[in-house]
Write a protein that binds this ligand. Structure first.
Ligand code: SF4
Length: 527
């Protein structure tokens, strides 16, 4: 970094503090600072080292973060010479100077505190408070380790990055900033620094530092001190949650994991092909009916979503509606999807006639495809009372036809006061038709859409299952209808990408979780 700055003809080099705290060779930096004439202010680490404090004062609130921070602080204390620590004690807490006609204010954390985190995602009021406390034309800081710049009320605010640790961006380079100050104008360039990261990792390993630190050097992703990172920055990283934050029995083996793919954000994608339906069930959670706004996504978008799902690491796809078999291209869709992913299609099985009946034959014997049918009673009158006259018989015929084609079948019953007593009777009846064991499930009624009774579900109590409709990305399939569940839309737009939708869900999840520290319960409406 120092050579790079020289090569760019930087006239002065400033260091905003924290001279140790991640690498193994704590004293090695001191001669370099002198050799290159680096002007330093104190970071919280340097204050702590200079005073001989028991901890680094990084400002973490989570016990897991503090444990890891303590580990590296203890190492740094043991491996920093007393002379270097004494030198740190003399460093000024900030630097302020008129340069190139600009009032430049340099701090470690923020003008409020040496260990204050000046994140890019801070709200406008919080940013203004810090800019106001400075009053400079240019405010330079570091401490968080993630570089960014923005003009706030006429002040150029720059988090200059850190050269001792990658910026949780999947790049092994670290970051510093070149600031141009001339004629009262200021501009900043965030600069990535390529360096011998292998040698750095090797030296940390040789020193016996834990692998969680070395891994960050080798991958560019943070595996420690994550709880303090705000949801927007944290959702952009690879890892989000420590293993011991999961409920008993769910804890993953690794110390820290991505939210996506963990038990609280399964690799299951839902696609609503359309919202119109031949039925208008009295409790339909997504308010479908023959008159519902169709919201068809079309074959081309469907195929694109399947391709994205494969690329983004989803391992199963649930295709639903409305009634998916209203969609003319449904068999093409299911062929395309089940060639690439385990696929389940949810249907009332009433439309397996005419052209569709012939087309369905193309799906016969597909091992990666399951047809899941809703059956809400063992007797026609019970099912029909909820789903419409004559529907039970047609559904049963549909199940028979699916079975004759060799399709894998499942069934699910939505439990209500009307059908509660018929569960075992229905289980036996379906078993006779080849739907047995775990292939039959009873799910609770959800108070959404047309339902005025049932379980209240929100994003605070359901684990997310990413759901795509023509309106955008939603938290969970029970909230797929924008009209009746606007609260469960996470990203609007007919063309949202799964990568953006995943990130938006992780961000919202972290916001919710940070409210009370809990993890949402799982509610599943599929088998
Ligand atoms: S519950 Fe299913 S079958 Fe009934 S109206 Fe809704 S989408 Fe159609």
């Amino acid at each position: 970094m120092l050579r790079d700055a020289r090569a760019r003809d930087c006239e002065r080099i400033f260091c905003l503090g924290d001279l140790g705290g991640f690498g193994a060779e704590c004293d090695a930096v001191w001669p370099l600072l002198r050799q290159f004439g680096v002007e330093c202010i104190a970071g919280n680490y340097d204050v702590a080292m200079g005073r001989g404090d028991e901890d680094c004062g990084c400002g973490y609130s989570d016990p897991r973060d503090n444990e890891l921070a303590q580990l590296i602080y203890d190492y740094t204390r043991e491996h920093t010479s007393p002379a270097f620590a004494r030198w740190m004690r003399e460093l000024p807490p900030e630097h302020r100077e008129e340069i190139g006609g600009c009032d430049v204010h340099m701090v470690h954390g923020s003008p409020l505190a040496v260990n204050d985190f000046l994140w890019e995602s801070l709200g406008d009021d919080e940013l203004r408070e810090r800019v106001g406390a400075s009053g400079g034309d240019v405010l330079l800081c570091t401490h968080t380790g993630i570089p960014w710049q923005r003009v706030v009320d006429g002040t150029l605010v720059v988090n200059v990055g850190a050269v001792g640790r990658p910026a949780n961006d999947g790049r092994r380079e670290t970051w510093y900033t070149v600031v141009s100050l001339e004629g009262g104008a200021a501009a900043a360039e965030l600069v990535p620094v390529a360096y011998d990261w292998r040698a750095q990792a090797e030296s940390m390993r040789a020193a016996g530092l834990p692998e969680v630190f070395t891994e960050t050097i080798e991958t560019g992703w943070w595996t420690t001190c994550l709880e303090v990172v705000p949801p927007p920055e944290r959702s952009r990283g690879r890892f989000q949650v420590y293993a011991d934050a999961f409920p008993d029995g769910y804890a993953p083996r690794d110390n820290v994991v991505p939210l996506f793919g963990s038990p609280v954000f399964p690799r299951r994608l839902w696609i609503y092909t359309n919202f119109d339906c031949n039925l208008s069930c009295s409790y339909c959670a997504v308010a479908s009916s023959p008159r519902a706004r169709k919201r068809r996504i079309g074959l081309e978008r469907f195929r694109d979503l399947v391709d994205q799902a494969v690329a983004e690491g989803f391992d199963e796809l649930y295709v639903t509606g409305g009634e998916p078999f209203v969609e003319a291209a449904i068999v093409d869709m299911l062929e395309y999807a089940s060639d690439r992913l385990r696929t389940v299609v949810l249907t009332n099985a009433m439309l397996f006639s005419g052209r569709r009946r012939r087309e369905l034959e193309r799906l016969s014997g597909r091992e990666s495809l399951v047809v899941q049918t809703s059956v809400d009673g063992a007797r026609p009158e019970t099912h029909d009372a909820l789903r419409g006259s004559g529907s039970w018989l047609k559904t049963m015929e549909g199940i028979e036809y699916g079975r004759s084609l060799g399709l894998s079948l499942r069934a699910a019953m939505t439990e209500t006061a009307l059908n509660r007593e018929e569960v075992e009777e229905l289980r036996a009846l379906l078993a006779d038709r080849g739907v047995a064991g775990d292939d039959f499930a009873v799910r609770p009624l959800v108070r959404r859409g047309f339902a005025d009774d049932g379980v209240e579900v929100t994003d605070a109590v359901m684990v997310p299952e990413l759901t795509i409709t023509a309106d955008g990305a939603h938290w969970h399939p029970v909230g797929g209808d924008l009209g009746s569940s606007p609260d469960l839309l996470v990203l609007p737009g007919a063309e949202v990408t799964l990568a953006d939708a995943k990130r938006a869900i992780v961000e919202r999840f972290l916001e919710l979780r940070q409210a009370d520290g809990s993890l949402p319960r799982a509610y599943r409406c599929a088998v």
